[in-house]
Design a protein around this ligand. Sequence first.
Ligand SMILES: C[S@@+](CC[C@H](N)C(=O)[O-])C[C@H]1O[C@@H](n2cnc3c(N)ncnc32)[C@H](O)[C@@H]1O
Length: 288
Amino acid sequence: MSFTIKQVLKESTETLSNKLVCPKNICRMDSEHFLMHVLKVNRSFLYMSENSKLSTENLNQYNLLLKQRLLGRPFAQILGSQQFYKSDFFVDENVLIPRSETEIIIPEIIKSGDYIYNERESLTLIDAGTGTGCIGISLALERNKWNILLLEKELKSLHILNSNLERFQLSNCYIIFSDWLSSISNDFADIIVSNPPYIDKSKDVIDEYVKKFEPSSALYADGDGLSEIKKIIKNSKRVLKKEGLLFLEIGYKQSENVISILRKNYYKDIKTILDYNGIKRFIVARHT
Ligand SMILES: C[S@@+](CC[C@H](N)C(=O)[O-])C[C@H]1O[C@@H](n2cnc3c(N)ncnc32)[C@H](O)[C@@H]1O
């Protein structure tokens, strides 16, 4: 039996939204993306050809993708890539899928970094806990004179990190495997940015599919979710040059605690940056 594009999209949208308890518009978008991927066409082609029949081979490929999505596997993992800032990044189950709220930090860092670069005529930046490399690589693509270190502890992320680095042919970006900043010398960096694990292990606040499919080493931290943030703040004090900047992504309602840790470690010029939902998502602080 053969089906038209229109029928397939209608049916899979229904199935996804019933099974995953997900809004219909999102399920429709997922269905369309899968079909665009299988047919190697854009969205307007799908709409213009909605009465065309799918070949058995294409239908089988489509059903394989849909089956994985019905198990709750994130869309980006199924297709193997995720858009972040201005580029597409490879992802797999060993790295956190880049989130859109993290993108807001890129223009902020560029603004501050340009100022530092103009004064010092060089700039070294560390992306600590780089995962896919999305933060560091996005910055390296925007500013090819900055030296950028992509720092990660989990060796299992090497494959994806390397693939992303190769994809963009960058000559100003280097990978370092290290437990946070332990292998970096004193007074080394002008800027450190980190989106560390910050979800409180003791509270079950996380979406069941995130929990099931994304690496726990990228998500959870002890001590109200603050243990890794504390380590980074303390170590950054040693690794940052004087007047250097620390940009930290933080969790919901963590800003007061993080500001207090920064103050105890004598950082200055502390400010918060809101995400698209008005949540305090990043904290910036300056080494004294
Ligand atoms: C929340 S993910 C962020 C990934 C990526 N920077 C992003 O924004 O999508 C946290 C990252 O920190 C890494 N990580 C966790 N503990 C670490 C440690 N002790 N040293 C270095 N990296 C660590 C994890 O493996 C993970 O890649």
